[in-house]
Each structure stands twice: as structure tokens, then as C-alpha cells.
Design a protein around this ligand. Structure first.
Ligand SMILES: O=C(O)/C=C/c1cccc(O)c1O
Ligand SMILES: [Fe+2]
Length: 313
């Protein structure tokens, strides 16, 4: 089956707290390469793996992963609000295929998503409703988290199920590599914050603006060197990309949740989206080649930032 994968880091600080123009130019070039790659591949279905940042999923029920048969973006950090162009029939077929393979998938018939999903669709396709998509939420923020092997199993099951669809499928991963932005943590949170993380009260526009400004300021503080964040870890990020490039996906099973957080920050778990997407590509096409690989540590965006393309053989 014709299959390909793209990994693209997201950051809500893009356009709000940008790095030097020469860094932006290098990122733009890498993103252009990815767009050209996608145009040449001509996908007719995109399976998008992305995390959430307490806009759609809350501790009242927090699945490790969840596939959507319909989805709606909240429009945080300046991204578009509204419905995603979900291919509901393909989503249902993939969900059944994953469950048939023994992976306990949660399914949402009305998923709420944030910039983690909207940004890659806007950057690569020009909007959140431009391409048939199956959104797959992968928890990369809210502990406790299960072993990485289960994410690989999810990606493999989706890849195998996708192979039955007879479509040209692009597996797209959205996530920073190493990074430690000020995403709230339930353990030890004051009661009001804990309640919001559990129940998910939709913020007022003022509350949303205040929360977003806090993240922008964190980016500025990081650049200025005054921060308690775990630093971006280029060595860790490149180890991850090396393993993806060589197809050594089973090696990720030995990566531990604590080890990942200590070495690469509390949001480094977003790399689960990358592992899922590459496991899908490997399962759908047997073997793959990495076609392009860009990486740069970008403190202004609080992101180990990567853009990668890969083609199934
Ligand atoms: O606070 C949020 O909603 C997200 C913050 C953030 C910052 C930088 C990179 C990311 O991947 C993020 O999710
Ligand atoms: Fe994120």
C-alpha cells in the first residue's frame, strides 16, 4: 500500500515569539520540503497523531489514546476554530481494525482538539478542513502514562488496518521533541487548577488570553536564560531521530516515562505521536526510507523542533 509519514513539531509560540530570521528561514525551508514531499505523494487520507493540552481531554476521563470519527478545533493560540474534515467512514474502519487487533482503542464521535491538531493541518495543507483526516489523540502531557510499547502497538495496529483501506495514506505526527513548557500538572495543583484539569471548564476569552500570554512569557524567559524549565536536549532529540531513521522502533520500548521526563522535559512525551506514526508507516509498508530530516533547538518556541519526511518502500 502506498504510505508515507511526516513528523512536524508544533509550537503555539510560532508567530508570537519567533527566533532570529535565519532560524525562521531554515524552518521555512524544511517545511517547504515537507509540503513538496506531500504534494508529490498525493495522499488521499491523512492519519494525524497529535496530543492535547487540556483543551479536549481532561482527568475526568483521560484515555492514553483516542481516535475521532468527528472533531472540532477550539481555536487556541490563533489557530482556526471549527470542524476538521474528518473522513468518518475511514475513521470507523480504522477503529474497528485496531480493536480487531486487540488494542483497546477509545473512540470519540465528537473530539475537541487544539493547536496540536490544527497547526500541522494549517501549516502543511492550508487549513483544518482541506484534506480527509483521521485524528488520533495520543496523550503526551497528562501523567500517569503507560509504556511506550503500547503506543508502538497502537501505531502498528493502525498501520495494518490502514493497509486494508486501499488508500494513499500519510501518517502525520505533531509534537515537539524535548521540551518542558509550563503545561499545568495535576499532582500538587491548587484546588481551582485541579478542578479545571479534571472537569475541563471552557475558559472565558479573557482566561484563555491570560493562559496563552503566560506561555509566550515562558518562551521569552527561556530565551533570556531565566527559567526553571528542563532545557531542550538536542542529543536526546537526535537519538530519537536516529532511531526513527534506522527503523529501530522496538528500541523505544525500553524508554521509560520517568527517564524521558528527566532527560527531555515534561512534554517530551509528545514524541509518542512520532513513534506511533512511524510504527504505522512500518506496518503499512514493511520498510521505509527517511527522505528529509531537519532539527533545530528553538528556545523561543520552547521546542526541540524537527521536520521529517519518510516514504514507504
Ligand atoms: O500551553 C500549551 O497549551 C502548550 C504549550 C507548548 C509550548 C511549546 C511547545 C509545545 O508543544 C506546547 O504544547
Ligand atoms: Fe505541545
Amino acid at each position: 500500500m502506498p504510505a508515507a509519514a511526516v513528523g512536524l513539531s508544533h509550537s503555539p509560540l510560532i508567530g508570537k515569539n519567533d527566533p532570529a530570521p535565519e532560524v525562521l528561514a531554515r524552518v521555512d525551508e524544511a517545511v517547504d520540503t515537507a509540503r513538496t514531499f506531500i504534494r508529490a505523494f498525493e495522499p488521499d487520507l491523512v492519519v494525524l497523531y497529535a496530543p492535547d493540552h487540556y483543551n479536549g481531554f481532561f482527568y475526568k476521563e483521560m484515555p492514553p489514546f483516542c481516535l475521532a470519527t468527528e472533531a472540532h478545533a477550539v481555536g487556541d493560540f490563533g489557530t482556526t476554530a471549527g470542524p476538521l474534515s474528518v473522513d468518518t467512514a475511514a475513521a470507523k474502519a480504522l477503529a474497528q481494525g485496531v480493536l480487531d487487533r486487540g488494542v483497546d482503542l477509545t473512540v470519540s464521535a465528537r473530539m475537541t482538539v487544539d493547536h496540536g491538531f490544527a497547526q500541522p493541518l494549517e501549516v502543511l495543507f492550508g487549513g483544518i478542513d482541506q484534506v480527509p483526516v483521521v485524528p488520533v489523540f495520543v496523550n503526551g502531557v497528562a501523567t500517569p502514562l503507560g509504556p511506550v510499547s503500547r503506543i508502538r502497538a497502537l501505531g502498528t495496529a493502525i498501520g495494518e488496518a490502514a493497509a486494508d483501506l486501499d488508500r494513499r495514506v500519510l501518517f502525520l505526527a505533531s509534537g515537539g521533541l524535548s521540551h518542558d513548557p509550563p503545561v499545568p500538572v495535576l499532582d500538587g495543583a491548587p484546588p481551582r487548577v485541579a478542578d479545571a484539569l479534571i472537569e475541563g471548564h471552557p475558559p472565558t476569552p479573557e482566561q484563555r488570553a491570560k493562559g496563552e500570554q503566560r506561555v509566550v512569557q515562558a518562551g521569552r524567559d527561556y530565551v533570556a536564560g531565566s527559567t526553571a524549565m528542563i532545557p531542550i536536549n538536542p542529543a536526546w532529540d537526535n537519538r530519537l531521530l536516529d532511531r526513527l531513521e534506522r527503523g529501530e522502533l522496538a528500541e523505544f520500548d525500553s524508554w521509560t516515562v520517568d527517564g524521558m521526563a528527566k532527560e527531555a522535559g515534561g512534554s517530551a512525551h509528545e514524541v509518542r505521536t512520532w513513534i506511533a506514526a512511524f510504527a504505522s508507516l512500518a506496518a503499512a509498508s514493511g520498510a521505509y526510507d527517511m527522505v528529509s530530516r531537519f532539527y533545530e533547538a528553538i528556545p523561543a518556541w520552547i521546542a526541540g523542533f524537527a521536520v521529517v519526511t519518510a516514504q514507504g518502500r
